[in-house]
Design a protein around this ligand. Structure first.
Ligand code: NAD
Length: 476
Protein backbone atom coordinates (compact mmCIF):
# COMPACT_ATOMS: atom_id res chain seq x y z
CA UNK A 1 0.00 0.00 0.00
CA UNK A 2 1.54 3.34 -0.98
CA UNK A 3 1.50 6.61 0.96
CA UNK A 4 -1.41 8.03 -1.00
CA UNK A 5 -3.47 4.98 -0.07
CA UNK A 6 -2.81 5.54 3.61
CA UNK A 7 -3.38 9.27 3.73
CA UNK A 8 -7.18 9.45 3.55
CA UNK A 9 -7.59 6.79 6.23
CA UNK A 10 -5.02 8.37 8.52
CA UNK A 11 -6.57 11.75 8.01
CA UNK A 12 -9.60 10.98 10.13
CA UNK A 13 -7.50 9.53 12.94
CA UNK A 14 -5.27 12.51 13.58
CA UNK A 15 -5.94 15.33 15.98
CA UNK A 16 -6.04 18.83 14.59
CA UNK A 17 -6.43 22.34 15.92
CA UNK A 18 -10.17 22.22 15.17
CA UNK A 19 -10.86 20.15 18.28
CA UNK A 20 -11.97 17.26 16.09
CA UNK A 21 -10.20 14.07 15.12
CA UNK A 22 -10.22 15.19 11.56
CA UNK A 23 -7.10 16.28 9.72
CA UNK A 24 -8.87 17.87 6.80
CA UNK A 25 -5.77 19.21 4.99
CA UNK A 26 -4.17 15.73 4.97
CA UNK A 27 -7.42 14.16 3.81
CA UNK A 28 -7.80 16.50 0.85
CA UNK A 29 -4.08 16.32 -0.03
CA UNK A 30 -4.26 12.53 -0.16
CA UNK A 31 -7.31 12.57 -2.40
CA UNK A 32 -5.76 15.18 -4.65
CA UNK A 33 -2.61 13.10 -5.09
CA UNK A 34 -4.73 10.17 -6.11
CA UNK A 35 -6.83 12.29 -8.47
CA UNK A 36 -3.65 13.45 -10.21
CA UNK A 37 -2.64 9.83 -10.82
CA UNK A 38 -5.41 9.75 -13.45
CA UNK A 39 -7.02 6.56 -12.13
CA UNK A 40 -10.40 8.18 -11.48
CA UNK A 41 -10.64 9.41 -15.05
CA UNK A 42 -10.64 5.84 -16.40
CA UNK A 43 -14.10 4.83 -17.54
CA UNK A 44 -13.65 1.25 -16.33
CA UNK A 45 -12.73 2.49 -12.84
CA UNK A 46 -15.80 4.74 -12.69
CA UNK A 47 -18.03 1.84 -13.72
CA UNK A 48 -16.47 -0.42 -11.14
CA UNK A 49 -16.94 2.14 -8.36
CA UNK A 50 -20.58 2.69 -9.30
CA UNK A 51 -21.14 -1.07 -9.28
CA UNK A 52 -19.49 -1.28 -5.87
CA UNK A 53 -21.72 1.47 -4.50
CA UNK A 54 -24.73 -0.46 -5.79
CA UNK A 55 -23.43 -3.60 -4.14
CA UNK A 56 -22.97 -1.74 -0.85
CA UNK A 57 -26.64 -0.75 -0.90
CA UNK A 58 -28.09 -4.08 -1.98
CA UNK A 59 -25.92 -6.30 0.23
CA UNK A 60 -26.68 -4.13 3.27
CA UNK A 61 -30.28 -3.24 2.50
CA UNK A 62 -31.60 -4.52 5.83
CA UNK A 63 -28.99 -2.61 7.82
CA UNK A 64 -29.75 0.61 5.97
CA UNK A 65 -33.50 0.17 6.49
CA UNK A 66 -32.90 -0.46 10.22
CA UNK A 67 -30.76 2.70 10.44
CA UNK A 68 -33.49 4.76 8.74
CA UNK A 69 -36.04 3.28 11.14
CA UNK A 70 -33.86 4.27 14.06
CA UNK A 71 -33.23 7.81 12.81
CA UNK A 72 -36.69 8.75 11.54
CA UNK A 73 -38.95 5.76 12.19
CA UNK A 74 -39.06 5.30 8.42
CA UNK A 75 -41.16 2.31 7.42
CA UNK A 76 -38.99 -0.22 5.56
CA UNK A 77 -41.08 0.15 2.41
CA UNK A 78 -40.77 3.93 2.51
CA UNK A 79 -37.03 3.70 3.20
CA UNK A 80 -36.65 1.31 0.29
CA UNK A 81 -38.71 3.46 -2.07
CA UNK A 82 -37.39 6.93 -1.21
CA UNK A 83 -33.82 6.18 -0.24
CA UNK A 84 -32.28 2.87 -1.33
CA UNK A 85 -34.04 2.39 -4.62
CA UNK A 86 -33.67 6.10 -5.42
CA UNK A 87 -29.87 5.79 -5.22
CA UNK A 88 -29.79 2.39 -6.94
CA UNK A 89 -31.93 3.88 -9.73
CA UNK A 90 -29.45 6.76 -10.09
CA UNK A 91 -26.57 4.28 -10.31
CA UNK A 92 -28.31 2.12 -12.93
CA UNK A 93 -29.15 5.18 -14.98
CA UNK A 94 -25.56 6.42 -14.80
CA UNK A 95 -24.15 3.02 -15.78
CA UNK A 96 -26.52 2.86 -18.73
CA UNK A 97 -25.67 6.31 -20.08
CA UNK A 98 -22.11 6.92 -18.95
CA UNK A 99 -20.57 6.03 -22.30
CA UNK A 100 -22.63 8.73 -23.98
CA UNK A 101 -22.07 11.32 -21.24
CA UNK A 102 -18.27 11.11 -21.40
CA UNK A 103 -18.15 11.28 -25.18
CA UNK A 104 -16.79 14.50 -26.72
CA UNK A 105 -19.62 16.46 -28.40
CA UNK A 106 -18.83 18.00 -31.76
CA UNK A 107 -20.02 21.52 -32.52
CA UNK A 108 -19.74 23.66 -35.64
CA UNK A 109 -16.47 25.38 -36.54
CA UNK A 110 -16.60 28.85 -38.18
CA UNK A 111 -15.13 29.48 -41.59
CA UNK A 112 -12.25 31.53 -40.13
CA UNK A 113 -11.08 28.46 -38.21
CA UNK A 114 -11.22 26.04 -41.15
CA UNK A 115 -9.88 23.53 -41.58
CA UNK A 116 -10.52 22.58 -38.00
CA UNK A 117 -12.95 20.93 -35.67
CA UNK A 118 -14.53 22.02 -32.42
CA UNK A 119 -15.88 19.90 -29.63
CA UNK A 120 -16.80 19.87 -25.95
CA UNK A 121 -14.76 17.49 -23.84
CA UNK A 122 -16.17 16.69 -20.37
CA UNK A 123 -13.40 16.42 -17.79
CA UNK A 124 -13.58 15.63 -14.06
CA UNK A 125 -13.29 18.58 -11.69
CA UNK A 126 -11.01 16.98 -9.10
CA UNK A 127 -11.80 16.59 -5.41
CA UNK A 128 -15.35 17.42 -4.42
CA UNK A 129 -17.24 17.78 -1.14
CA UNK A 130 -20.79 16.55 -0.62
CA UNK A 131 -22.61 17.70 2.52
CA UNK A 132 -25.85 15.80 3.16
CA UNK A 133 -28.97 16.60 5.18
CA UNK A 134 -30.78 14.41 7.71
CA UNK A 135 -34.28 14.05 6.30
CA UNK A 136 -33.33 11.58 3.56
CA UNK A 137 -29.95 10.82 5.06
CA UNK A 138 -29.00 8.05 2.66
CA UNK A 139 -30.35 9.52 -0.55
CA UNK A 140 -29.11 13.06 0.01
CA UNK A 141 -25.59 11.85 0.82
CA UNK A 142 -25.19 9.16 -1.83
CA UNK A 143 -27.30 10.39 -4.76
CA UNK A 144 -24.88 13.29 -5.38
CA UNK A 145 -21.97 10.86 -5.03
CA UNK A 146 -23.24 8.92 -8.05
CA UNK A 147 -22.63 11.72 -10.59
CA UNK A 148 -19.43 12.70 -8.77
CA UNK A 149 -18.09 9.18 -9.41
CA UNK A 150 -19.55 9.04 -12.92
CA UNK A 151 -17.76 12.27 -13.79
CA UNK A 152 -14.42 10.86 -12.54
CA UNK A 153 -13.88 12.78 -9.31
CA UNK A 154 -12.55 11.98 -5.87
CA UNK A 155 -15.05 12.88 -3.15
CA UNK A 156 -15.63 13.35 0.54
CA UNK A 157 -19.16 12.83 1.82
CA UNK A 158 -20.31 14.39 5.09
CA UNK A 159 -23.64 12.92 6.21
CA UNK A 160 -25.76 14.84 8.70
CA UNK A 161 -25.07 14.36 12.39
CA UNK A 162 -28.80 14.58 13.07
CA UNK A 163 -29.34 11.13 11.53
CA UNK A 164 -26.57 9.32 13.42
CA UNK A 165 -27.46 5.69 12.63
CA UNK A 166 -27.43 6.20 8.87
CA UNK A 167 -24.36 8.41 9.09
CA UNK A 168 -22.43 5.75 11.04
CA UNK A 169 -23.43 3.01 8.61
CA UNK A 170 -22.32 5.02 5.57
CA UNK A 171 -19.02 5.77 7.33
CA UNK A 172 -18.53 2.07 8.13
CA UNK A 173 -19.41 0.67 4.71
CA UNK A 174 -18.15 3.23 2.22
CA UNK A 175 -14.43 2.44 2.72
CA UNK A 176 -15.18 -1.26 2.54
CA UNK A 177 -16.83 -1.06 -0.87
CA UNK A 178 -15.30 1.97 -2.61
CA UNK A 179 -11.70 2.79 -3.47
CA UNK A 180 -10.59 4.46 -0.23
CA UNK A 181 -7.83 6.31 -2.05
CA UNK A 182 -10.56 8.23 -3.86
CA UNK A 183 -13.47 8.46 -1.42
CA UNK A 184 -13.89 9.19 2.25
CA UNK A 185 -16.79 9.67 4.59
CA UNK A 186 -16.34 12.21 7.38
CA UNK A 187 -18.85 12.08 10.19
CA UNK A 188 -19.45 15.08 12.39
CA UNK A 189 -21.21 18.35 13.00
CA UNK A 190 -20.23 22.01 12.87
CA UNK A 191 -16.52 21.59 13.83
CA UNK A 192 -15.89 18.89 11.24
CA UNK A 193 -17.87 20.66 8.51
CA UNK A 194 -16.08 23.92 9.26
CA UNK A 195 -12.70 22.18 9.02
CA UNK A 196 -13.72 20.62 5.70
CA UNK A 197 -15.02 23.93 4.36
CA UNK A 198 -11.67 25.61 5.03
CA UNK A 199 -10.04 23.36 2.42
CA UNK A 200 -9.88 24.04 -1.28
CA UNK A 201 -12.36 21.87 -3.15
CA UNK A 202 -13.11 21.71 -6.83
CA UNK A 203 -16.84 21.71 -6.16
CA UNK A 204 -19.12 21.65 -3.14
CA UNK A 205 -22.63 20.25 -3.24
CA UNK A 206 -24.54 21.14 -0.08
CA UNK A 207 -28.04 20.06 0.88
CA UNK A 208 -29.76 21.76 3.81
CA UNK A 209 -31.12 25.08 4.99
CA UNK A 210 -30.28 28.50 3.57
CA UNK A 211 -28.54 29.71 6.72
CA UNK A 212 -25.79 27.11 6.42
CA UNK A 213 -25.98 27.49 2.65
CA UNK A 214 -24.65 31.02 3.11
CA UNK A 215 -21.83 29.71 5.35
CA UNK A 216 -20.93 27.16 2.66
CA UNK A 217 -20.95 29.72 -0.12
CA UNK A 218 -18.86 32.18 1.88
CA UNK A 219 -16.25 29.50 2.60
CA UNK A 220 -16.26 28.41 -1.05
CA UNK A 221 -15.80 31.99 -2.27
CA UNK A 222 -12.43 32.14 -0.54
CA UNK A 223 -11.11 29.50 -2.92
CA UNK A 224 -13.36 30.43 -5.88
CA UNK A 225 -14.94 27.00 -5.53
CA UNK A 226 -18.21 26.56 -7.43
CA UNK A 227 -21.17 25.40 -5.36
CA UNK A 228 -24.44 23.63 -5.85
CA UNK A 229 -26.85 24.54 -3.07
CA UNK A 230 -29.87 22.31 -2.61
CA UNK A 231 -31.97 24.34 -0.21
CA UNK A 232 -35.64 24.55 0.74
CA UNK A 233 -38.51 26.99 0.93
CA UNK A 234 -42.25 27.19 1.20
CA UNK A 235 -43.59 25.07 -1.66
CA UNK A 236 -47.18 26.04 -2.50
CA UNK A 237 -49.82 23.48 -3.38
CA UNK A 238 -52.48 25.11 -5.53
CA UNK A 239 -55.79 23.33 -6.00
CA UNK A 240 -58.17 24.70 -8.62
CA UNK A 241 -61.92 24.33 -8.34
CA UNK A 242 -62.01 21.75 -11.13
CA UNK A 243 -59.44 19.40 -9.54
CA UNK A 244 -60.36 15.74 -9.06
CA UNK A 245 -60.83 15.96 -5.30
CA UNK A 246 -60.35 12.31 -4.40
CA UNK A 247 -57.07 11.78 -6.28
CA UNK A 248 -55.83 15.27 -5.35
CA UNK A 249 -56.48 14.69 -1.65
CA UNK A 250 -54.68 11.32 -1.68
CA UNK A 251 -51.65 12.70 -3.51
CA UNK A 252 -51.39 15.76 -1.28
CA UNK A 253 -51.70 13.61 1.86
CA UNK A 254 -48.92 11.38 0.54
CA UNK A 255 -46.71 14.33 -0.45
CA UNK A 256 -47.19 16.13 2.85
CA UNK A 257 -47.14 13.31 5.40
CA UNK A 258 -44.51 10.96 3.97
CA UNK A 259 -41.50 11.10 6.31
CA UNK A 260 -43.74 13.09 8.68
CA UNK A 261 -43.54 16.09 6.38
CA UNK A 262 -39.75 16.33 6.60
CA UNK A 263 -39.27 16.53 2.86
CA UNK A 264 -37.75 19.57 1.17
CA UNK A 265 -40.27 19.30 -1.68
CA UNK A 266 -43.32 18.52 0.47
CA UNK A 267 -46.28 20.84 -0.12
CA UNK A 268 -45.76 23.52 2.52
CA UNK A 269 -49.20 25.13 2.37
CA UNK A 270 -52.45 24.67 0.48
CA UNK A 271 -53.87 27.43 -1.69
CA UNK A 272 -57.46 27.13 -2.92
CA UNK A 273 -60.84 28.82 -2.84
CA UNK A 274 -63.14 28.53 0.20
CA UNK A 275 -65.53 26.39 -1.84
CA UNK A 276 -62.78 23.93 -2.80
CA UNK A 277 -61.47 23.84 0.76
CA UNK A 278 -64.89 22.65 1.97
CA UNK A 279 -64.60 19.56 -0.23
CA UNK A 280 -60.83 19.06 -0.16
CA UNK A 281 -60.03 19.21 3.56
CA UNK A 282 -62.32 16.32 4.63
CA UNK A 283 -60.98 14.31 1.68
CA UNK A 284 -57.37 14.88 2.83
CA UNK A 285 -58.35 13.86 6.35
CA UNK A 286 -59.89 10.66 4.97
CA UNK A 287 -56.74 9.91 2.95
CA UNK A 288 -54.61 10.36 6.08
CA UNK A 289 -56.89 7.95 7.96
CA UNK A 290 -56.69 5.45 5.09
CA UNK A 291 -52.88 5.60 5.20
CA UNK A 292 -52.14 5.77 8.92
CA UNK A 293 -55.39 4.68 10.66
CA UNK A 294 -57.44 6.50 13.29
CA UNK A 295 -54.36 7.04 15.45
CA UNK A 296 -51.23 7.62 13.33
CA UNK A 297 -49.14 7.28 16.48
CA UNK A 298 -49.87 3.57 16.42
CA UNK A 299 -49.07 3.17 12.75
CA UNK A 300 -45.69 1.61 11.98
CA UNK A 301 -45.83 3.46 8.66
CA UNK A 302 -45.88 6.97 10.14
CA UNK A 303 -42.53 8.66 10.73
CA UNK A 304 -41.13 10.56 13.67
CA UNK A 305 -39.58 14.03 13.87
CA UNK A 306 -35.81 13.91 13.75
CA UNK A 307 -35.34 15.21 17.31
CA UNK A 308 -37.12 16.80 20.25
CA UNK A 309 -35.98 20.31 19.34
CA UNK A 310 -37.64 20.09 15.93
CA UNK A 311 -40.80 18.55 17.49
CA UNK A 312 -41.04 21.55 19.84
CA UNK A 313 -40.43 23.95 16.93
CA UNK A 314 -43.37 22.35 15.10
CA UNK A 315 -45.58 22.44 18.20
CA UNK A 316 -45.19 26.23 18.29
CA UNK A 317 -46.75 26.52 14.80
CA UNK A 318 -50.03 25.16 16.16
CA UNK A 319 -50.54 28.48 17.94
CA UNK A 320 -50.57 30.30 14.62
CA UNK A 321 -53.98 29.12 13.37
CA UNK A 322 -57.07 27.08 14.07
CA UNK A 323 -56.33 23.35 14.24
CA UNK A 324 -58.90 21.57 12.07
CA UNK A 325 -57.70 18.07 12.84
CA UNK A 326 -54.58 16.45 14.25
CA UNK A 327 -52.57 18.72 16.54
CA UNK A 328 -51.26 16.10 18.99
CA UNK A 329 -47.59 16.59 19.81
CA UNK A 330 -45.36 14.56 22.12
CA UNK A 331 -41.86 16.02 21.87
CA UNK A 332 -40.27 13.33 24.06
CA UNK A 333 -41.27 10.59 21.63
CA UNK A 334 -40.75 12.97 18.66
CA UNK A 335 -44.37 12.50 17.59
CA UNK A 336 -46.30 15.18 15.73
CA UNK A 337 -49.66 14.10 14.31
CA UNK A 338 -50.66 14.84 10.72
CA UNK A 339 -52.30 18.22 11.22
CA UNK A 340 -54.32 20.66 9.19
CA UNK A 341 -54.73 24.27 10.25
CA UNK A 342 -56.68 27.17 8.80
CA UNK A 343 -56.88 30.93 9.33
CA UNK A 344 -53.16 31.38 9.96
CA UNK A 345 -52.37 35.01 9.15
CA UNK A 346 -49.76 35.79 6.50
CA UNK A 347 -47.42 37.24 9.14
CA UNK A 348 -47.47 34.20 11.43
CA UNK A 349 -44.33 32.00 11.61
CA UNK A 350 -46.20 29.04 10.08
CA UNK A 351 -46.84 31.15 6.98
CA UNK A 352 -43.39 32.78 6.99
CA UNK A 353 -41.01 29.86 7.69
CA UNK A 354 -40.54 26.54 5.94
CA UNK A 355 -42.60 24.13 8.06
CA UNK A 356 -40.65 20.92 7.38
CA UNK A 357 -43.05 18.79 9.37
CA UNK A 358 -46.56 17.28 9.21
CA UNK A 359 -48.50 20.54 9.58
CA UNK A 360 -50.45 21.75 6.58
CA UNK A 361 -51.93 25.26 6.70
CA UNK A 362 -54.66 26.05 4.23
CA UNK A 363 -54.96 29.51 2.73
CA UNK A 364 -58.52 30.04 1.50
CA UNK A 365 -59.04 32.66 -1.19
CA UNK A 366 -62.27 34.26 -2.34
CA UNK A 367 -61.06 34.33 -5.87
CA UNK A 368 -58.82 31.70 -7.51
CA UNK A 369 -57.27 34.30 -9.83
CA UNK A 370 -55.32 35.64 -6.78
CA UNK A 371 -53.13 32.50 -6.51
CA UNK A 372 -50.35 33.74 -8.76
CA UNK A 373 -50.09 37.03 -6.89
CA UNK A 374 -50.00 35.16 -3.56
CA UNK A 375 -47.16 32.90 -4.72
CA UNK A 376 -45.20 35.68 -6.39
CA UNK A 377 -45.33 37.93 -3.32
CA UNK A 378 -43.15 35.31 -1.61
CA UNK A 379 -39.66 33.89 -2.22
CA UNK A 380 -39.20 31.50 -5.14
CA UNK A 381 -39.99 28.02 -3.78
CA UNK A 382 -38.20 24.72 -4.37
CA UNK A 383 -41.36 23.09 -5.71
CA UNK A 384 -44.77 24.21 -6.88
CA UNK A 385 -47.83 21.99 -7.26
CA UNK A 386 -50.94 22.69 -9.30
CA UNK A 387 -53.98 20.45 -9.26
CA UNK A 388 -56.37 21.17 -12.09
CA UNK A 389 -57.96 19.42 -15.05
CA UNK A 390 -57.56 22.49 -17.20
CA UNK A 391 -54.32 22.62 -19.19
CA UNK A 392 -54.58 26.37 -19.71
CA UNK A 393 -54.80 27.01 -15.95
CA UNK A 394 -51.82 24.76 -15.29
CA UNK A 395 -49.75 26.32 -18.06
CA UNK A 396 -50.58 29.87 -16.96
CA UNK A 397 -49.48 29.19 -13.39
CA UNK A 398 -46.33 27.35 -14.55
CA UNK A 399 -45.44 30.27 -16.82
CA UNK A 400 -46.11 33.02 -14.29
CA UNK A 401 -44.80 31.49 -11.05
CA UNK A 402 -41.12 30.68 -10.75
CA UNK A 403 -40.06 27.58 -8.77
CA UNK A 404 -37.16 25.12 -8.73
CA UNK A 405 -39.38 22.24 -9.83
CA UNK A 406 -43.08 21.80 -10.52
CA UNK A 407 -45.67 19.07 -10.84
CA UNK A 408 -49.18 19.19 -12.24
CA UNK A 409 -51.74 16.90 -10.59
CA UNK A 410 -49.22 15.26 -8.28
CA UNK A 411 -46.61 15.96 -5.62
CA UNK A 412 -42.90 15.18 -5.71
CA UNK A 413 -43.09 12.68 -8.58
CA UNK A 414 -40.69 14.68 -10.77
CA UNK A 415 -38.01 13.15 -8.55
CA UNK A 416 -38.61 9.83 -10.31
CA UNK A 417 -37.60 11.16 -13.75
CA UNK A 418 -33.84 10.74 -14.11
CA UNK A 419 -33.63 13.17 -17.01
CA UNK A 420 -35.17 16.08 -15.08
CA UNK A 421 -32.73 18.38 -13.28
CA UNK A 422 -33.39 18.66 -9.56
CA UNK A 423 -32.54 22.01 -8.00
CA UNK A 424 -33.86 25.27 -6.65
CA UNK A 425 -33.99 28.84 -7.90
CA UNK A 426 -33.22 32.01 -5.95
CA UNK A 427 -33.38 31.32 -2.20
CA UNK A 428 -34.41 27.68 -2.80
CA UNK A 429 -31.02 26.88 -4.26
CA UNK A 430 -28.65 27.07 -7.18
CA UNK A 431 -27.43 24.45 -9.61
CA UNK A 432 -28.96 21.02 -10.04
CA UNK A 433 -28.20 17.33 -10.22
CA UNK A 434 -29.80 13.96 -11.11
CA UNK A 435 -28.96 12.02 -14.28
CA UNK A 436 -26.86 13.82 -16.84
CA UNK A 437 -27.46 17.12 -15.03
CA UNK A 438 -25.49 15.70 -12.09
CA UNK A 439 -22.74 14.53 -14.41
CA UNK A 440 -22.57 18.06 -15.79
CA UNK A 441 -22.46 19.55 -12.27
CA UNK A 442 -19.37 17.50 -11.42
CA UNK A 443 -17.63 17.98 -14.80
CA UNK A 444 -15.94 20.82 -16.59
CA UNK A 445 -17.11 21.04 -20.19
CA UNK A 446 -13.83 21.94 -21.84
CA UNK A 447 -14.05 23.79 -25.14
CA UNK A 448 -11.55 22.34 -27.60
CA UNK A 449 -10.62 23.40 -31.10
CA UNK A 450 -8.23 21.39 -33.25
CA UNK A 451 -6.67 23.12 -36.25
CA UNK A 452 -4.74 21.89 -39.29
CA UNK A 453 -1.57 23.64 -40.36
CA UNK A 454 -2.70 24.16 -43.94
CA UNK A 455 -4.56 27.27 -45.14
CA UNK A 456 -3.09 29.75 -42.66
CA UNK A 457 -5.01 32.81 -43.88
CA UNK A 458 -3.05 36.04 -43.53
CA UNK A 459 -6.19 38.09 -42.86
CA UNK A 460 -5.76 38.04 -39.07
CA UNK A 461 -2.08 38.96 -39.12
CA UNK A 462 -0.64 42.50 -39.34
CA UNK A 463 0.14 44.43 -41.40
CA UNK A 464 -3.56 45.06 -42.04
CA UNK A 465 -4.87 46.49 -45.34
CA UNK A 466 -8.12 47.61 -46.94
CA UNK A 467 -8.26 44.33 -48.83
CA UNK A 468 -7.79 42.31 -45.62
CA UNK A 469 -10.50 44.38 -43.93
CA UNK A 470 -12.92 43.64 -46.79
CA UNK A 471 -12.04 39.96 -46.67
CA UNK A 472 -12.53 39.94 -42.91
CA UNK A 473 -16.03 41.41 -43.32
CA UNK A 474 -16.85 38.79 -45.92
CA UNK A 475 -15.53 35.90 -43.82
CA UNK A 476 -17.32 37.03 -40.67
P1 NAD B 1 -28.88 19.68 8.65
O1 NAD B 1 -29.03 20.23 10.03
O2 NAD B 1 -28.68 18.22 8.47
O3 NAD B 1 -27.68 20.49 7.97
C1 NAD B 1 -27.23 20.17 6.70
C2 NAD B 1 -25.75 19.95 6.76
O4 NAD B 1 -25.10 21.15 7.14
C3 NAD B 1 -25.32 18.88 7.76
O5 NAD B 1 -24.42 17.99 7.15
C4 NAD B 1 -24.71 19.68 8.88
O6 NAD B 1 -23.67 19.00 9.54
C5 NAD B 1 -24.15 20.90 8.17
N1 NAD B 1 -24.07 22.06 9.05
C6 NAD B 1 -24.95 22.41 10.03
N2 NAD B 1 -24.55 23.56 10.63
C7 NAD B 1 -23.38 23.93 10.03
C8 NAD B 1 -22.48 25.04 10.19
N3 NAD B 1 -22.69 26.00 11.10
N4 NAD B 1 -21.42 25.09 9.38
C9 NAD B 1 -21.20 24.15 8.46
N5 NAD B 1 -22.02 23.07 8.25
C10 NAD B 1 -23.09 22.96 9.02
O7 NAD B 1 -30.09 20.04 7.75
P2 NAD B 1 -31.07 21.25 7.84
O8 NAD B 1 -30.37 22.51 7.43
O9 NAD B 1 -31.88 21.21 9.09
O10 NAD B 1 -32.03 20.75 6.66
C11 NAD B 1 -33.31 21.22 6.50
C12 NAD B 1 -33.34 22.15 5.32
O11 NAD B 1 -32.75 21.52 4.20
C13 NAD B 1 -34.74 22.51 4.89
O12 NAD B 1 -34.76 23.86 4.54
C14 NAD B 1 -34.97 21.67 3.66
O13 NAD B 1 -35.90 22.18 2.76
C15 NAD B 1 -33.60 21.62 3.09
N6 NAD B 1 -33.44 20.44 2.26
C16 NAD B 1 -33.24 20.61 0.94
C17 NAD B 1 -33.13 19.51 0.11
C18 NAD B 1 -32.91 19.65 -1.36
O14 NAD B 1 -32.56 18.66 -1.97
N7 NAD B 1 -33.10 20.82 -1.93
C19 NAD B 1 -33.20 18.24 0.67
C20 NAD B 1 -33.38 18.11 2.03
C21 NAD B 1 -33.49 19.22 2.83
Amino acid sequence: MDAATLEPKMATELDSSQGTHLNAPALVAGLRTYFRSGTTAELSWRRQQLAQLRKMLTENEKRFLDALKSDLNKAPQEGFMTEISAVVGDIDHALKHLKRWVRPRGVSTPIVAQPGKSYILPEPLGVVLIIGAWNYPLQLTLSPLVPAIAAGNCAVVKPSELSPATSALIAELLPRYLDSDAFACVEGAVDETTALLEQRWDHILYTGGGHVGRIVMTAAAKHLTPVTLELGGKSPCIVADDADIEVTARRIAWGKFTNAGQTCIAPDYLLCTRATAERLLPAIEKSVRDMFGENPRESSDYGRIVNERHARRLAAYLEDGEVLWGGEVDPESRYVAPTLIRNAGPETPVMQEEIFGPILPVVELDDFSRVEEFVNEREKPLALYVFTQDQATADRILRRCSSGNACVNDCMMFMAAHDLPFGGVGPSGMGAYHGEHGFKTFSHYKAVMKRKNILDLSVRYAPFSTFKFKLLRWLR
